[in-house]
Design a protein. Structure first.
Lengths: 548, 329
């Protein structure tokens, strides 16, 4: 199958290409569910983990949780999450992507700062928790020892320190801080340099310092912008995804339309192809049937020709049989009785034989003329001819065969010199005249008129006979065709065929006017009054065939 | 034909849009199962791991293969022999023909429970930590390029390809070793069994030691599943440990990483898991006796001087933290 480029097919290819392009674009920019899940989960978990971290800081500060595993896990988780958040999914619009990336960068910077504070918080809080637990015990022990030793003043200083530190831990105000610092100074000033006093003072100082430090760190951790940044990032990402989703859905619609268009164009193409095929088939069929018809026509014609030939042979044979039978019977009779018959009777049979032979010769002549004409070999050799004498002789010959007809000849006084093929002229004159006699069995006048019309010699022969029907006139010049009104008038059906061929061979024409039962007039025009050269030019085809 | 091909292309294109073409997740989980909170500041080591067995097996073979070292003379086990608590027992490791390391080699056991790696907390993952042992001229003195080349030329190539589509890569190599290291945990210590509710798992003395451990405040830093390993702390919180000695570079701790004054002498709090078997102690391996180490910690971190009796009990408690490394041997 050969594919031509039709507009339909071109449209279809373009649509397909556009679908492929759309598809490739979609592959790059459609929401990758997996990447979206991952990133979306990360933005949400950043928010959640950040809140959890804050909560865990509070719990650690209040010693509600005494290990840092959970806090550490949360912190590691956040670090990993923020690292992943640096690379937003590739399907986002550029503008969204860069905004999200900027937010993620800001977030990770904020987180690093927060993370550092968390690390310090863990260290400081561990120390604070240790001192917070140990200081009261150590201070109580010191107070007890001082009381036991009778050092009431020293014991009171320790009590003051205990109270000051406790209120500082609880309230952490400036006044409490000042009071605690004063209590420490007072104990230091007491001059007690014993190990347990040193330890109590060490922890008191640690407590004051670390309480403040841990408080600062806690504040800085809780106030870290990570919380709002994480929420912003989450919201910004959701918005970006909505934009992408929107765009993707529009593109899907477009792709669906393109796909439908392709399907439609494809279908149309297929239909068109079918139609064209059907048309081609129909045309082929028509051509074939036309060829068949022509073939049939040729065959019919061939058959007609063959029939004609068959008929010709049959009729010819038949026409020959009759005179042959006459000849045979007369010769047999002459053979058997000739010597005994009187001369008159013998002569009668000789005449019969002669007549039959004459009929056969005529028949043969006619057949030869027709045969030659059919083969294109009927020659025309015009030569000078004495027309009046020729006409008279012809009329006389015919007139001698009948008693019932009156042959009237009318022709000009003088005729210009003519160039006529005498043999053809004999065929024309003899046949027309004998027909006029033969087909007016009731007798009557037969007018033979000759006149000159320009270069033509016009001969008309008119009888008052049976006439020729219109139907028969159409086939008048066909071999063996005879009028349906001929009745028992003998004839071969060749006479007019010979006339027609002879006239044609001479470059002339023949017309007939007739009314059934009233008579017939044949009019022949022969171009005989021209120079030999001009005559040849007037009938070039014939001249050519003659030369051939 | 051409036009028909186009249809096939565009239709298959539509179909392909729905195909999941991302590679299967082959990464092992990055952490051992989370420890269970039992109401104490110390958590028992989980007894189950969620790790990819093939990756662990590959890591195990790499861990013991000298192919990793430049001279093919050193394996990870050289400095982390299992029979010795997962460390070599030297104050500071020294490999033949190489310089001595600046710090004590920590145990590889339970290292995945440490939130950071190395004394100064330089690394946040076992994968990253590999840089030092592999490339340090004092240890394996190799390069990733060299190791990967050797691995690709060996039967390891097939093992890597069986696990990862991209076969031998630096990342996969790191993951293999780190995943194996995550499997090196020592669960079912007597103390963990005690935490899980088996009151008879530890003796009265050991229990008293645990109480002292808490009341003295050791637990402030040494808590969590690894009894430490989850925060940084200054060595010398209440008293200056480095006073009166010329500090070495390694003494600077976290400062080496951050260059912040406040981070001087700040180290990752050591895990006390298997502590009885992982001496000598401290970043410089300067103390061989556990009792001595406990006393130093009490004095400089807590501002307390421990009695011999209390020290003994605390050490007795610490000995109950020795876990079951049998599965690893």
């Amino acid at each position: 199958v050969r594919f031509g480029i039709t507009p339909l097919r071109a449209a279809w290819v373009v649509a397909s290409l556009s679908l492929v392009v759309q598809w490739i674009h979609a592959m790059q920019t459609d929401i990758d569910a997996r990447a979206h899940d991952r990133y979306g989960r990360d933005t949400r978990s950043a928010v959640a983990a950040d809140a959890r971290l804050n909560q865990q800081i509070m719990q650690s500060r209040q010693a509600l949780v005494t290990h840092y595993d959970a806090l550490t896990h949360t912190s590691s988780e956040l670090r990993e999450t923020y690292a992943r958040l640096q690379a937003p999914p590739t399907f986002l619009e550029d503008v969204d992507s860069s905004e999200i990336r900027a937010l993620a960068t800001e977030s990770v910077a904020a987180f690093n700062e927060k993370s550092l504070a968390v690390e310090h918080f863990k260290s400081e809080n561990a120390i604070l928790r240790n001192s917070a637990r140990f200081f009261p015990l150590a201070a109580e022990e010191l107070r007890a020892r001082k009381l036991a030793a009778g050092d009431l003043e020293g014991a009171e200083l320790v009590t003051q320190l205990l109270l000051a530190i406790r209120s500082h831990i609880d309230l952490a105000g400036l006044a409490e801080l000042e009071r605690a610092e004063l209590a420490i100074e007072a104990l230091e000033a007491s001059g007690d340099t014993s190990e347990d006093t040193t330890v109590v003072l060490l922890h008191a100082v640690t407590l004051i310092e670390r309480t403040e430090r841990v408080l600062d760190l806690t504040r800085s951790i809780l106030a870290s912008p990570t919380t709002s940044l994480a929420e912003q990032l989450d919201a910004r990402y959701e918005r970006a995804v909505d934009v992408t989703r929107d765009r993707a859905s529009k593109r899907r619609t477009l792709m669906a339309i393109t796909a439908l268009a392709i399907a439609a164009l494809l279908a149309a193409d297929v239909v068109q192809r079918f139609r064209r095929d059907a048309r081609r088939e129909r045309e082929t069929a028509e051509k074939l049937s036309a060829a068949n018809a022509a073939l049939l026509r040729d065959k019919l014609r061939e058959k007609e020709l063959s029939d004609l030939k068959g008929r010709f042979v049959t009729m010819t044979s038949h026409e020959f049989r009759t005179p042959l039978s006459v000849i045979l019977s007369s010769i047999e009779l002459l053979e058997a009785y000739g010597e005994r018959w009187p001369p008159a009777k013998r002569s009668d049979h000789y005449v019969r034989v002669k007549t039959a032979v004459g009929t056969m010769r005529e028949l043969l002549d006619a057949v030869l003329v027709i045969g030659r004409s059919d083969a294109g070999r009927l020659e025309c050799k015009p030569g000078p001819l004495d027309i009046p004498r020729f006409v008279r002789e012809s009329v006389d010959a015919v007139a001698s065969t009948t008693m019932k007809h009156e042959l009237r000849v009318k022709m000009p006084e003088s005729l210009p010199p003519a160039q006529i093929d005498e043999k053809l002229a004999v065929h024309v004159f003899t046949n027309l005249l004998s027909n006029a006699v033969k087909y007016s069995p009731a007798g009557g006048p037969i007018d033979v008129v000759l006149r000159v019309a320009g270069p033509d010699l016009v001969l008309s022969v008119r009888d008052r006979g049976i006439g020729i029907s219109a139907t028969d006139r159409a086939r008048l010049f066909e071999s063996f065709h005879r009028g349906n009104n001929v009745g028992t008038i003998p004839g071969t059906g060749l006479g007019l065929a010979v006339v027609k061929r002879a006239v044609d061979a001479h470059g002339g024409s023949i017309d007939v006017t007739s009314a059934e039962g009233e008579g017939t007039t044949f009019t022949v025009r022969l171009p005989v009054f021209v120079e030999a050269g001009a005559q040849r030019a007037a009938a070039p085809e014939r001249a050519d065939s003659r030369d051939a | 034909m051409g036009s028909r091909l186009l249809v096939a292309l565009s239709l298959s294109g539509l179909a392909l849009g729905c195909v999941d073409d991302s590679p299967a997740e082959l990464d092992p989980p990055r952490r051992a199962a989370e420890a269970r909170d039992v109401g104490e500041a110390i958590l028992p080591i989980p007894t189950e791991l969620e790790l990819d067995r093939r990756t662990v097996d590959l890591g195990r073979r790499l861990f013991a293969d000298p192919i990793l070292s430049k001279g093919r003379d050193t394996t990870c086990l050289t400095c982390h022999p299992f029979a010795n608590g997962g460390a070599d027992g030297a104050a500071r490791s020294q490999l033949p023909g190489r310089e001595m390391l600046a710090v004590n080699t920590p145990t590889v056991f339970n290292s995945s429970f440490n939130y950071r790696l190395h004394w100064n907390g330089r690394f946040t993952s076992l994968e990253d930590q590999l840089d030092v042992p592999l490339t340090s001229p004092k240890v394996m003195a190799s390069t990733y390029e060299e190791v990967l080349r050797r691995l690709r030329d060996s039967s390891y190539a097939a093992d890597f390809s069986a696990i990862w589509r991209d076969g031998v890569t630096e990342r996969n190599f790191r993951v293999a070793i780190a995943t194996y290291e995550r499997s090196l945990i020592t669960p079912r210590s007597r103390f963990d069994r005690f935490l899980e509710g088996d009151a008879t798992a530890i003796s009265q003395t050991e229990r008293e030691g645990f109480e002292l451990f808490k009341s003295y405040g050791c637990i402030s830093c040494h808590q969590g599943v690894n009894v430490g390993g989850n925060l940084m702390q200054r060595f010398g919180v209440l008293r200056d440990y480095f006073a009166g000695r010329a500090p070495s570079e390694a003494d600077l701790g976290l400062y080496l990483v951050t260059k912040r004054e406040e981070d001087k002498h700040v180290f990752r709090v050591a895990s006390l898991r298997n502590v009885a078997r992982t001496g000598p102690y401290f970043h410089d391996g300067s103390v061989t006796s556990l009792s001595e180490a406990v006393k130093i910690m009490a004095e400089f971190q807590l501002g307390r001087r421990l009695s011999e009796e209390h020290t003994k009990r605390i050490v007795a408690f610490l000995e109950t933290l020795t876990g079951d490394a049998e599965g690893l041997l």
